[in-house]
Write a protein that binds this ligand. Sequence first.
Ligand code: GTP
Ligand code: SPV
Ligand code: MN
Length: 599
Amino acid sequence: MSLTKNPNVLKWVDEMVALTKPDKVVWIDGSEEQLNELRKEAIATGEMIELNQEKLPGCLYHRTQPNDVARVEDRTFICTKKKEDAGPTNNWMDPQEMYAKLTPMYDGVMKGRTMYVIPYSMGPIGSPLAKVGVEVTDSIYVVLNMDIMTRMGVKAFENLGDTSDDFVRCLHSKADVDPEGRYIVQFPEDNAIWSINSAYGGNVLLGKKCFALRIASFQGKNEGWMAEHMLILGVKKPNGEVKYITAAFPSACGKTNLAMLIPPEGYKKDGYEVFTVGDDIAWMKQGDDGRLYAINPENGFFGVAPGTNEKSNYNALATTRKNTIFTNVAINNDDMTVWWEKLDKNPPVNATEWKGAKVNGVEYTAEGNNLAHPNSRFTAPAINCPCISPEFDNPQGVPISAIIFGGRRASTTPLVYQSFDWTHGTYIGSAVSSETTAAATGAVGVLRHDPMAMKPFIGYNVGDYWAHWLEMGEKLGENAPKIFNVNWFKQDENGNFMWPGFGDNMRVLDWIIKRCEGTVDAVETPIGFLPKAEDINLNGIEDEVTPEILDKLLAVDKDLWKKEIAEMRRYYNEDISAKGGRVPEALMEELNKIESKLN
Ligand code: GTP
Ligand code: SPV
Ligand code: MN
């Protein structure tokens, strides 16, 4: 029974049924009754494993194929009619060619299977910023994850209405989970996404990276708003005022952690609190008052499990204690709970590692093996989060005071600095580079350019994307958020992180807020405004962050920065312009200005 009269939806679903030929079609209404049936079925077939329902009520476990544990950037395509519209940061193929290539792969792929039709909204139902998608899939795992990550079910169709054609058409089949046949394909001009041969996270939860970043960034460019790989948090000050900040860090570089941070004791005593609006994606649009407003289009968190513990991220851990799906973590067979690296110091003896082998976890980890995959994840409802913002569901979003860029940089980049203005801030965003992580397949720890932490997610030409940032700055004018850069990952000579990070990042947020309010001075350097050492509050961590260490954290090493600028020039010229990337003149000028100041 279909859940809508919308002829555009019905026609498209009919086409997808004709193509994939499922035995059965089930429309997902979002009711608990229907979801419970699906959970039971997935447990019965072994697709999901039921965890300890007393300790982890409503929690399920899922294991993916060892070859299917992360996003696959080399198999991700932006298919626009003109190649230059995809630009140099994307794989491209002509849409007709791609449809011709994929259609035979989808032909009859759901024979013997059920097709689930999932209506969903990215953004609160009724929000002027929200958008609707419909995903068809042959995976119950996808249905159950989409239930947590989006506003899923019949209410999404109410938002779409009976005639609108403005919904993203998302086709997914796990097919044979064959890595050679794996494709994650966006057709921005058709509002369509085709994903095949994966059953993992960002490859298959098509509302997330595929829609809310790749397709949405394209829509935002055309409609005058922004879709960014950013967390959104609110800092409540002792006077009760809340300042909202977004931050763009590449995958597995600390968004979830920053979004849920618990301020250090001294700040708590003074009355500071941090609230989470989002941990991965922000959609931002200028409001009627001229300011930039952000919503989190998601409804849950698909977070990195390893490293999450009581101390590093209490709120994230608490969020996962019920109604959560765990993917590729380890199981403690004694009590059917979950474990991952750095959860605690006691790996379960009677463990099942992420690939499914029963092992002695103590011996296994002592030999240097990971019980959980480094990119193992939890899918947890936002409402579980102890520090979820009261504005989480606000259809208008929250007004943004500051935008932060960052990444993993062992050297060069100081703990924090502020841009001179929006244009310079856009330059800083374009210059983000970061050491790669396990969130995508490929080598880990390799420094690469990741402009605005959006390299894998910009759905069009990166040069036009930068131009769009500059246009937004012009529109916002005086109301534009201030732009900053942070680096929690600077290392000493021995390769140890010099900054304690996590909750102590509040000390940096404090400086950022004061800069926005104009209540703290700064040191002008060629790369931007840096804090005066005495303006970073180190109360309680003086032993860990000595004046010498703080000096190193705030250092701007001219030689390293000359190299950094030379690399940026090479990047703009060789990787972008020479490959059809149209670098805006204003960004070239920023580069020239910094270079001449350094000389
Ligand atoms: P995606 O979901 O992939 O987009 O990642 P994310 O940016 O939300 O990353 P997340 O917050 O999950 O952090 C990933 C890893 O970085 C975890 O292993 C964290 O423990 C580590 N991390 C986060 N914040 C800090 C920090 O302030 N300092 C240090 N040293 N590590 C951190
Ligand atoms: C990321 O890789 O940035 C993620 C996880 O947030 S995934 O949804 O798999 O892309
Ligand atoms: Mn992400």
